[in-house]
Design a protein around this ligand. Structure first.
Ligand SMILES: NC(=O)c1ccc[n+]([C@@H]2O[C@H](COP(=O)([O-])OP(=O)(O)OC[C@H]3O[C@@H](n4cnc5c(N)ncnc54)[C@H](O)[C@@H]3O)[C@@H](O)[C@H]2O)c1
Length: 445
């Protein structure tokens, strides 16, 4: 192995910094999903050539044909990126031509709710044969503190390349809020930690070329923990407000009225909103990455576990409310027709991952309800891990609404005409605080 550090220790760093500054660097993005695709668009927009690698043939073909598969990303944006040199491929050997390799692959939990780093490790190993001097590898997938140093570093070093002089390694978590139009990739500050000072310098230069503000931290571990803290903060606060909802309900107090009043406090209070359970790829999953890792240090992350317990129980609590509500009208769930409104995990998006609506649909079906759903963002029920309903979205009309014994507001999309729904529904169970009034046919859950 050539020892470059003794001759010209900064050669590869300088070359890479120069390529980034002049936008001659080729950016490789591995995993073109909810995180990778907007990142690709941003690097392309600022003038870099981007090569996107994904194992999903359908996605690769759609992108090369100028088609977006994410509702909020216009086809036009993909076409513009293609005209600027973007290419999607499933050929990992194309990684060799990239100066930057950004990994944005999934980090789910396995059946035992433990971290599943399989995608990250497989991707890293697939890249190793094409790793060369002068490249920087950045992991963006959410994960527990230590992943970059424990899993990526030894694999990179196994190629004989020196990390910190020949190749560079950083961790930079993605921050995405699907459906939030106040922020875009460019304006969301990006946290970055490097394995060495040189790695960090390269990482900062990389992200500064596309993002307005880069926040550096002292290590990859600190960057990994930052992302988890952000999501744990949300999971715990949502768990708390869900618990408050149950208490308020027993006391016949509307929790949404209380949150609105508390939110007028100009300091020291941040409103969080209850719902039928947690959804999305991040909040229900990421906290358990830390809880799992903490066990290695003989620690139990009790707030995380408790919030998980409360949040996981919410669909069951909502089911209880549906049972009670139907009962009030002399009906059993078994044989009742229930229409679930909104099946994506949050309002105004098409993202179905970990959606509590799906859990509710399963629970209703188990109890013998005849179910249907309406969601303008999800015209056909997609194939998602472990769940499948052979169904299409029902178009809402007064006649259709009147056919159902109960309407269950699971996700409060703006596109629904709530007034019309209330006018024609026989019974509404509202898990999102859409309806502020009280009426015999409205049950807040
Ligand atoms: N979605 C979000 O809002 C969000 C926000 C912040 C962080 N994250 C994190 O970012 C990571 C990616 O999430 P996502 O939402 O983009 O996931 P996603 O499922 O939308 O996309 C991941 C992509 O990676 C591809 N892929 C899987 N294995 C691969 C492999 N071996 N090689 C190449 N491509 C592969 C998949 O085909 C898919 O296109 C996760 O760790 C997630 O926790 C997601």
């Amino acid at each position: 192995m050539e020892n470059i550090s003794s001759k010209e220790p900064d050669r590869y760093k300088k070359e890479l910094l120069e390529k980034l500054a002049s936008k001659r660097a080729v950016i490789g993005i591995i995993g073109l999903g909810y995180v990778g695709l907007p990142l690709m668009l941003r690097f392309s927009e600022v003038g870099f050539k981007v090569v996107g690698i994904d194992i999903d043939q359908a996605k690769v073909e759609a992108l090369n044909a100028g088609k977006s598969y994410i509702e909020r990303i216009d086809h036009d944006k993909i076409r513009t990126a293609l005209s600027r040199g973007f290419e999607a491929t499933f050929d990992f050997s194309r990684a060799e031509e990239a100066d930057v390799l950004i990994i944005c692959v999934p980090t789910p939990l396995n059946k035992n709710r433990e971290p599943d780093l399989g995608f990250v490790i497989k991707t890293t190993e697939a890249l190793l044969p094409f790793l060369r001097k002068g490249q920087v590898l950045s992991l963006e997938s959410t994960t527990y503190p230590g992943t970059t140093e424990e899993e990526l570093l030894p694999r990179m070093e196994s190629t004989g390349l020196e990390v910190g002089t020949g190749v560079f390694l950083v961790y930079s978590p993605e921050r995405e809020d699907p459906g939030n139009t106040d922020f875009e990739t460019k304006t969301i500050p990006k946290v970055c930690g490097g394995y060495t000072a040189s790695c960090l310098e390269v990482g900062i230069a990389l992200y500064q070329s596309a993002i307005d503000r880069v926040v550096s931290v002292s290590s990859t571990k600190a960057a990994e923990m930052t992302k988890l803290l952000e999501n744990i903060h949300r999971a715990v606060n949502i768990g708390l407000i869900n618990e408050m909802k149950i208490v308020a309900d027993k006391m016949d107090i509307d929790i949404h009225e209380v949150i609105a009043a508390a939110a007028t406090k100009p300091f020291g209070f941040t409103p969080y909103y209850p719902g039928p359970g947690l959804g999305g790829h991040c909040i229900p999953i990421d906290p358990f990455y830390l809880a799992w890792k903490a066990k290695e240090y003989d620690l139990n992350a009790r707030f995380i576990e408790l919030a998980g317990e409360v949040n996981t129980s919410m669909p069951y609590w909502v089911m209880g409310k549906v049972v009670e509500a139907l009962n009030r009208f002399g009906k059993a769930v078994n044989g009742s027709k229930v229409l679930v409104l909104g099946i994506s995990y949050k309002p105004d998006v098409d993202d179905m991952r970990e959606s509590p609506s799906v859990k509710l649909m399963e629970l209703l079906q188990e109890k013998g309800a005849e179910i249907a759903y309406s969601d303008p963002h999800v015209p056909v029920f997609p194939t998602i891990r472990e769940h499948y309903f052979n169904m299409s979205s029902v178009e809402l009309s007064p006649e259709v609404i009147r056919e159902f014994d109960c309407l269950l507001v699971a996700t409060n999309h703006k596109a629904f005409d709530y007034e019309m729904i209330e006018q024609h529904a026989r019974l509404i169970v509202d898990t999102r605080g859409v309806y502020k009034n009280r009426s015999d046919k409205l049950v807040k859950a």
